[in-house]
Design a protein around this ligand. Structure first.
Ligand code: GLN
Length: 281
């Protein structure tokens, strides 16, 4: 049964910001953004109207839109998300861009704490010369990541465990990347993120605990590793570079996100002379 309310009327009456209410209409009616305009005079099905009103009420409690629609775009791919995983952030796309341009050919790359799988999958879709592994401690997160890999057609091997503990030491690894929890528990910003899994956002200590653990674990593989890249907070660049150098990853560099904030620190093995094109005159 159709209700008396048209799509246009619902959009006019909802007090949510336009992009949010449009996202909810698209999700419920299965229409595209453009169709919500061209079919604006279409009366909503009663069940759709009821669902939209429920979702609007949930949104007003602070529930993020991606958890309501079950989807978040990252690197132009639609990723399934639910409250078991952190919602992918555009800042992290800079890390993926860096990987695509800098990971040496035919590398085995591992993404630690993969969550929705957004880093591993986006990279794997661009660089099929590489072998992509991804780990997470949460089986629920791995289930979503595996589903995303399948839907998006990416070849990623998943393993469960804490950071590198998920991988046998004999396993060849060339590049390690991670976007670990790095928000300090006292950061007021955390309150706004209360619908996301807390353990994916904070280490419950000083924001650097997980980064210390990952870099220490990576240190045991330093002889064969070619690169290490870790995302962190805008004010953690200097501290993370110190953790890198203290563990033997000399001369790390901190790079910025699209907003110009320090966002990830990288270390790359210097080429040996026989590998480089450098020829003295
Ligand atoms: N960048 C995220 C935020 O500040 C946090 C990501 C993380 O802890 N890994 O919302």
């Amino acid at each position: 049964m159709r209700s008396k309310i048209t799509i246009e009327q619902w959009l006019n009456e909802s007090t949510l910001p336009l992009p949010e209410k449009r996202a909810l209409v698209c999700h419920v009616t299965k229409l595209s953004q453009v169709q919500t305009i061209t079919h604006g005079d279409q009366r909503l099905w009663k069940k759709d109207l009821q669902r939209l009103n429920e979702l609007e009420a949930e949104r007003k409690t602070g529930m993020p839109i991606p958890y309501l629609t079950g989807e978040q775009e990252f690197f132009s791919h639609p990723f399934k998300v639910n409250p078991d995983v952190m919602i992918p952030r555009p800042d992290t796309e800079c890390l993926v861009e860096w990987m695509i341009e800098n990971v040496p050919e035919d590398s085995t790359v591992i993404d630690l704490g993969t969550g929705s799988g957004c880093i591993a999958i986006s990279f794997a879709l661009e660089r099929d010369d590489c072998e992509m592994l991804a780990t997470d401690i949460s089986p629920e997160a791995l289930a979503i990541a595996a589903k995303n890999a399948k839907t998006l057609g990416a070849k990623v091997k998943f393993g469960q465990g804490s950071w590198l503990d998920a991988v046998p030491f004999e396993r060849k690894l060339d590049v390690i990347v991670a976007n670990p929890p790095y928000i300090e528990p006292k950061d007021e910003h955390l309150q706004a993120l209360r619908f996301e899994p807390l353990d994916a956002l904070t280490d419950h200590n000083d924001g650097l605990d997980c980064i210390r653990t990952i870099v220490k674990q990576a240190q045991s593989r330093i002889l064969t590793l070619k690169a290490l890249a870790i995302e962190h907070g805008w004010d953690q660049g200097a501290a993370v570079r110190t953790i890198f150098t203290e563990n033997g990853f000399a001369m790390p560099t901190t790079l910025q996100d699209y907003a110009g904030n320090d966002r990830f620190t990288i270390w790359q093995r210097l080429l040996r002379f026989e590998d480089s094109d450098f020829e003295p005159d």
